[in-house]
Design a protein around this ligand. Structure first.
Ligand code: SF4
Ligand code: SF4
Length: 414
């Protein structure tokens, strides 16, 4: 398994089902080493030392509690939260399943505030986003918590924990944004003008994401969000005001898959969570925010090609054939350690089905080298961007178009 401190080639990264790639904690020895390097003024690496300049480690949450948005007050200090389709009905003193919201005296409060457990520089391609500032890096942020229970979660130590129980940094929205602006391309480091919310589910810490996002926007810093799309419409439309690009997971096809693998409900219940995710994807399209879809192919759970075909047909019809689609290779983790990695042939088959459905930009991620790492012109077949996993080997794009036939390639290129 790739260590978070390594450059991502992609073949061993182990994506988190559309919620960013795997994060490996430093461990006590690594953490002390990093602190020692900082104290000595030594450059552990340009990325890490620059980041440590704006975020101090803290063993306890420096956050305080903040009142959240998108909830309604009921009688007897009860509340209803409408951030995600769970629509939690919480009694006084009750904590929600995302572990980041608690009803305290009839107010919904969160401790997920100014206390990310992960801050690091990553290639933007790791989100995955292949049509968004290729070859640049982002400052990735994550706070503990998630409302979902994906059986394969690569970052379960963070996502399935309360923020207060993690080793956190103290980092206000202003710190985060000025941290990005301080990143300079020196010592071979790459250009960095984006903040990425990833590794855990930003919907669980939406208030912090929003504050960072709005501040970023005001200072011309881009905002990328890797998310399960388990959003209610109002909260999502609000997020569209500050997010520049979504790496949006469509984790599988059908209500049963969502119930069984993603843990949205009791497996026997069918209450429309899958439909809520489809609706959220349509909302992003309607709002005109850049989006790339990711689908982690999990052996025996969602590798049935009839389902893949139906999914691709739906994407082509409802989101259009220009939305990039990434098929991710599953890496055994969390509660699915018994399964093998996704066979390459399965990824190839899924990619072919998507291309046959008319989807123009179909990628394979978490595996390199692979043809599906590259961007090809859908009109003349020219290889426009050559990649090795997350690494750009060459980029022939000219003003957002194919250098050979001039076909426009959709994306955020500058
Ligand atoms: S965001 Fe949390 S509290 Fe709100 S509905 Fe979802 S799981 Fe419940
Ligand atoms: S449990 Fe949460 S963080 Fe983990 S893969 Fe699922 S949505 Fe992402």
């Amino acid at each position: 398994m790739r260590n978070a401190g390594e450059e991502g080639l992609g073949s061993e990264a182990g994506a988190c089902g559309g919620c960013g790639a795997a994060w490996k904690p430093l461990g006590r020895r690594g953490f002390l080493k990093r602190l020692a390097a900082l104290a000595a003024g030594a450059a552990a690496s340009p990325a890490i030392s620059a980041l440590m300049g704006f975020a101090r480690s803290a063993s306890a949450s420096p956050a305080g509690w903040l009142e959240v948005e998108f909830y309604e007050k009921l009688k007897n200090n009860e509340i209803l939260c409408h951030v995600c389709p769970f629509d939690c009905h919480l009694f006084d003193q009750e904590m929600c399943r995302c572990r980041t919201r608690t009803n305290l005296g009839g107010k919904l409060l969160t401790p997920a505030w100014n206390n990310p457990c992960i801050i690091r520089r990553d290639p933007i391609e790791k989100m995955p986003l292949n049509h968004f500032l290729p070859g640049e890096e982002q400052v990735s942020l994550a706070v503990g918590g998630c409302m979902l229970r994906c059986l394969y979660c690569q970052n379960w130590q963070q996502s399935q924990s309360m923020p207060q129980n993690l080793k956190n940094f103290a980092c206000t929205p202003e710190d985060a944004v000025s941290g990005v602006l301080k990143q300079t391309p020196e010592d071979g480091a790459k250009k960095c003008r984006t903040i990425g919310f990833t590794y855990t589910e930003p919907i669980a810490w939406l208030e912090y994401a929003k504050a960072v996002g709005l501040h970023a926007k005001s200072r011309n810093v881009r905002v990328a969000m890797a998310t399960s799309m388990f959003f209610k419409e109002k909260a999502l439309r609000d997020a569209c005001k500050y997010v520049t690009a979504f790496a949006a997971a469509l984790k599988g096809w059908g209500e049963l898959f969502y119930n069984k693998v993603i843990g949205t409900r009791d497996p026997k219940e069918e209450r429309g969570d899958f439909k809520a995710v489809l609706k959220a994807l349509e909302v992003v399209k309607e709002e005109g925010v850049w989006m790339e879809i990711t689908n982690l192919v999990v052996p025996t759970y969602n590798d049935d090609m009839a389902g893949v075909k139906e999914m691709c047909g739906w994407i082509a019809k409802n989101l259009g054939t220009s939305v990039p689609l990434h098929f991710g290779r599953f890496v055994p983790e969390f509660k699915l350690k018994n399964l093998p990695r996704t066979p390459v042939e399965t990824l190839d088959e899924a990619r072919k089905i998507a291309l046959d459905a008319g989807i123009k930009y179909v990628y394979t991620s978490n595996i390199a080298p692979h043809t599906g790492n590259n961007t090809y012109c859908p009109k003349c077949g020219e290889k426009i961007i050559s990649r090795l996993g997350f690494k750009i080997l060459s980029n022939g794009l000219r003003d957002g178009a194919c250098p050979k036939c001039g076909e426009k390639v959709p994306g955020v290129w500058s």
